[in-house]
Each structure stands twice: as structure tokens, then as C-alpha cells.
Write a protein that binds this ligand. Structure first.
Ligand code: DX5
Ligand code: ZN
Length: 217
């Protein structure tokens, strides 16, 4: 069964407490939290103070996706805010190896995100150091975009790389995930599905999470 990570970017921020409770009481596994700085991506979302507030109510793993330049400046603050898995973008990290070590030294799992144009092969010599690879299946910055199907080939190639290295790195797919493309993604080797619009625009989000959880069963 895939790990399901509802993306809070699509939640109702006027009723954030209610939406957090909904995820708590659903079959979801993680909270996916998107941090955007208006520089790395053309949008600004929320930061560590909101995440720390959410942590008081949320009962599941915090999967934080940093879409910011110079992410290494903020590792400690995101740890303090309650982050369990901290994912940084390959394209925003000059010294990726050092950054991954720093994230792990703070007691978090370390993830690397790849934009749609970035080949998975760039991680070949570092895959054993990576706890999670996040394959972007839309251009980062906004929820509710259309899935880019080439992400499937990237998942397959990444799965092969992980197996060949004997690593237990997880594969997460983020962007445009629906009940239609989820079965193919899981069959290709995806471990964790992020879903924003699909969950929060559903008439019954708890039921939608349940359906996503059943994919591939
Ligand atoms: C986009 C974010 C995603 C987004 C996914 O930059 O990284 O996590 O919230 O939303 P959907 O599932 O609606 O594409
Ligand atoms: Zn994300």
C-alpha cells in the first residue's frame, strides 16, 4: 500500500485546524508541507512558524518540501518546527552531499527533489545517502496542475538505480496525482503519493484518501 501524503497547500487556511483533524482521522500517513520563497519558485506559501503551530494538532509525520534558495540556512529551524523528513531541491543545492549530512545530523530524514527536467541519473553517486527522492510531476510552485507523464519513466529508472545500489531510499511523486494515474505510479515503484487538489477538492476527502491508499492492492 502506498504512503499517502495530503498536501496542505490545498487545504482551507481559514479552517486549517479542521483540515488537520481530517488528515489525523484518515488513513493518510504523512502531512506534506510545501514551503515556497518567491525566489526558487514563483509563489510564496508559509514557513516554519505556521508549521510549528500545525505540529501542535497534527499526529502524523511531517514531510516538508522546501522550494527555497539556500535551504541550508534553515535546517535547524525546520527541525525545531517539528519536521520529520526534510526535502531540498537538487537544483537549489550546490553542496548536496554536505546538506544531506547536515539534515541527518539534526535527526531528520533527508530528501532530494528533482524538477521535471532534471534526470534521475544526477543522484547515481549519492543515492545511498538519500532517504527519499521526490519526483516533481508538475513544475513546482502551485497546486492543482496537470500531471507530466514523463515522471513515470523517471520513477522506473530511479527504482532500478535504488535496487542496484541496494539502498532503501523511498520514491515520492508530487504534483497532479489522481486516482487515474496513481495505479501506474505505484506499479512503476512509487512508495509515497502526494495529493493536494485530489484530496481537498473531493466531496469526501477521507474517502478519497482511503481510495488512494487502496491503489495497487
Ligand atoms: C507543488 C507542490 C505540491 C502541490 C501538489 O509545487 O510541491 O506538493 O501542493 O498539489 P496537487 O496534488 O494539487 O498537484
Ligand atoms: Zn510538494
Amino acid at each position: 500500500m502506498p504512503i499517502i501524503a495530503p498536501s496542505i497547500l490545498s487545504a482551507d487556511f481559514l479552517n486549517l485546524g479542521r483540515d488537520i483533524e481530517m488528515v489525523n482521522n484518515s488513513e493518510a500517513d504523512w502531512f506534506h508541507l510545501d514551503v515556497m520563497d518567491g525566489r526558487y519558485v514563483p509563489n510564496i506559501s508559509y514557513g516554519m512558524s505556521i508549521i510549528a503551530q500545525m505540529k501542535k494538532k497534527a499526529t502524523k509525520t511531517f514531510d516538508v518540501h522546501l522550494m527555497i534558495v539556500e535551504p541550508e540556512k534553515y535546517f535547524e529551524e525546520f527541525k525545531k518546527a517539528g519536521t520529520d523528513i526534510l526535502t531540498i531541491h537538487y537544483e537549489a543545492s550546490t553542496h548536496l552531499h554536505r546538506s544531506l549530512q547536515a539534515i541527518k545530523a539534526l535527526g531528520m530524514k533527508a530528501g532530494v527533489a528533482l524538477n521535471p527536467h532534471t534526470p534521475v541519473q544526477v543522484l547515481e553517486h549519492i543515492i545511498q545517502e538519500v532517504d527519499l527522492v521526490l519526483i516533481m510531476s508538475v513544475n513546482p510552485g502551485f497546486g492543482g496542475q496537470k500531471f507530466i507523464p514523463q515522471a513515470l519513466d523517471k520513477v522506473r529508472a530511479l527504482k532500478q538505480m535504488i535496487n542496484a545500489a541496494g539502498s532503501n531510499t523511498l520514491i515520492e511523486v508530487d504534483g497532479g496525482v489522481t486516482l487515474e494515474n496513481a495505479p501506474q505510479l505505484v506499479a512503476a515503484g512509487t512508495d509515497a503519493l502526494v495529493a493536494g487538489n485530489t484530496v481537498f477538492s473531493a466531496p469526501d476527502p477521507v474517502e478519497m484518501i482511503k481510495k488512494l491508499k487502496q491503489v495497487g492492492k
